[in-house]
Design a protein around this ligand. Sequence first.
Ligand code: GCU
Length: 601
Amino acid sequence: MKQIGFFLIVIALGFNSILNAQEAEFSNLLQNIDSRKKVSLNGLWDIIIDPLENGYYSHRMQPKDDGYFRNAKMKSPSDLIEYNFDTSLQLMVPGDWNMQMEKLYYYEGTVWYKKDFKHTVKQDELVYLYFEAVNYEAIVYLNGELVGSHIGGYTPFQFDVTNKLKEGDNFVIVKVDNKRKAENVPTVNQDWWNYGGITRSVHLISTPVSHISDYSIQLSKGSTNTISGWVKVNNATEGETVTISIPELKKNVNAKVQSGKATFSINAKPILWEPKNPKLYEVIIKTNSDKLTDSIGFRTIETNGSKIVLNGKDIFLKGICIHEEAPFKSGRVTSVEECKILLNWAKDLGCNFVRLAHYPHSEAMVKEAEKMGFMVWSEIPVYWTIQFENPDTYANAENQLTEMISRDKNRAGVVLWSVANETPEGVARLSFLTNLAEHARKLDNTRLITAALDTQSQDNEGRLIEDPLGKAVDVIGINNYCGWYYGAPESCSEIKWKSAYNKPMIMSEVGGGALFGLHGEKNERWTEEYQSEVYKNNIEMMRNIDFLSGLSPWILMDFRSSRRPLKRIQEDFNRKGLISEKGMKKQSFFILRDYYLKENN
Ligand code: GCU
């Protein structure tokens, strides 16, 4: 049966790769906004909560022209205007709305955000309105005019608003809607809280008219002594010079711009980035009118059979999964300080790897992880049973993948792009995910492609990995909850694993729940003792898997999920953390740490 299915897939794949033959384009996103001139629009924004989308649709459910985006004001006492942002509620940006207002805790729907700001128009400048992330759908207006929209809650987007800005007073309005829909990515069910809002920072970024828009600077694939890449210059003069300098390596090259792009390669022998020495080099990119500075690491990442090979040496990925849940205050992480708290806990655990689940985390998180020497698994929320047959869903997923790779392509710390988590086998699913994997490779052939599977079958000897998706990825992630969703903890150590693939496997999820401070017999669910048994026996199981190249248990810290209502235990939290949401380390934290510090180092 699998053979016929596979044959059908080859036909489908053949057809789709014809579709995908064209050049894969990076997103139109300004690279490295940290190095650019910008004004923050963070802070308190006026809001209107609009469950019926009355600010957008008429009573005939037709988009209306005088919606809330007009920010209309009464001009005469008899005017009828039934909304007013200035006398309305306020929310902090960045931030989710669920944790800021009790009445928005469970809210899924539309909230209108408005921000007033002053602007000075400069002739020799372009201005971009840049959102680091808005969950889920954002429709953006400036001074009452539509500038654009975006779907996908975890990747950045921008609009050129140069011609829409006025001298002096301006206002931006965003219709944010986090309603879950079957065709969305993710789809209607997810085991994390559907935090809505303008969850990451908003900027007005100014650039010279002719400016460096994007670049890629990495070691050439498989080389440790050639740094190559390209620089895109918007509104460039054909043939103008771009200079790429790496002062510490005494490297300075000039490259000519042809149709807006300059390519280059530099012979150099950089100290290679690695967890024990996360070496980053200052890189300066200059044109006549623009200059950017970045901190870039250089490393190679490959596979060799079942081994993951960093800089030519086999490496075991000692990891942990992390959700973008803020420690102590809960809700979405909104500051680099919170990123550092999470990453320092992972450091305490003895990790050299973090799986950022199940969506691209903030740019700050990825940069901090890289600085601290963590190899990073970054993933798009193709999670559980999305609509694999729906071409719009595919386009959405591919766009989120493109935005993720576009933003972080210069981060040496990122070693794995994940295209999915726990998706059910099937023809449409395989074609969907195989195409995503190919698209990722076209954009970036220097990193490994993976996906987290839960499709392993059981035979009388143990577990067998033979999911056809294994063909499309470089590294196979396996989610397996022995001792929690199946089997008694003590049964796990005996389990043997086989794989149909000579490829590295990362145990991308194992674990079990425990309420911090709840103690009892080791067979009592929710006690720290039970969770410890799960960890001890799963670690035993992993010692027997000779093609295991990494591990990232589920999960560093308890996180909020509306699938976890059990009173007095879960209280809306998934309790599989090794640390409680209040920062309390459970027994299992120390069991995993011992495994990482005593073995595999
Ligand atoms: C799944 C899934 C996670 C989820 C976890 C759990 O494997 O990938 O998102 O939270 O299991 O059930 O706790």
